[in-house]
Design a protein around this ligand. Sequence first.
Ligand code: PMP
Length: 395
Amino acid sequence: MTTFARRAERVQPSAIREFLALAGDPRITSFAGGYPDPTLFPIDELHKIYDDLLAKENASALQYTASEGLPELRSLVAARLTADGMPCTGDDVLITQGGQQGLDLTAKLFVDPGDVIVTERPTFLGALIAFNPCEPDYRSVRMDDEGMDTDALEEVLRGTDRVKLVYTVPDHQNPTGRTMSLARRQRLVELAEEHDVVVLEDTPYRELRYEGERLPTIKSLDPHGRVVHLGSFSKILAPGLRLGWALATPEVREKLALLKLAADTQNGTLNMRAVAAYLEGFDIEAHIEDMLPTYRHKRDLMLATMEEHFPPGITWTRARGGLFTWATFPPRLDVAAFQRDVLIPRSGVIVVPGAPFFADRPESHHARMSFSGVPDERLVAGVRSMGALLAEALA
Ligand code: PMP
């Protein structure tokens, strides 16, 4: 029998994979996936770019390049980060295989078995999947509408000196849609310095903002170089490109690049060339601006329909951006069981039960619901059926 490494014990299929497979079934109304709306991908522009690249540049677009990423793309990303309050040059940027790889590499760089990673409560499930092979212990910190509660974080930091990393999704968080306030961002930076920890700031939804002001990134508030900032083209261009970035101090960026070399050598040259050409030839800010009304409309429609059809005793977040709302049910409702026994068989609706989003002390009476990717009529019909079944289950 094969004897796996100890870390393999922490590599387990997640409970949600099984029903995410259902999402492709046309009878299913899925509020489960976090997929961006594919009708918003800039397909015509990318089609032309790929044609041109292969016709005019042919072999060079298919050659190896640097592990840190294509220099032109690094500079173009740096220009966008600079415009967002994080002055940097291409040399400071590492191109990653989506934001997901930034999570994996950062954990590998900082976390030994038994070190503590602090997360929001709840947090992005995919981050836990990335961190788990490093065999961390977790402490999760409660949130409210201002994001991670920094007083609660301070208590954790005072209680143990094993914390290495504080992981946060400050803008329109997955799964809650919440945004961390400016005061909390500032406090987080202070606490990181005081307690000698690294902040991992993950921002894939930052630019999907439907209302409210743009707040400074945590990285931009950090004079000490304690923040590793991650971003991604997945939600602003297309996730299949698998392109993201990490911004960190030279020392950290260099180590991350070496870990990336070990993991996958580099991102695909063709995709990096294509996205560089897109950023040079088209107006990505206008493209993002054009997408927002669609998502804003979907969010409003989902929340209004929940308001109308969900029975009393249920609350949910009102995201100012991103793709998700987080619903909280009376504690006696186990969402996974309700979904399996009632929701799927009787309405064909799927959501993501909340328990896997907790790094520790899971709670089973929450659900993440995504408003992207379901046509309006189905969205309304799905929320309405879900409301009726909830009313019955909670009666
Ligand atoms: N971080 C968060 C919070 C996410 O929700 C996601 C994807 N859904 C990612 C990172 C990774 O995305 P990608 O690798 O496609 O950039």
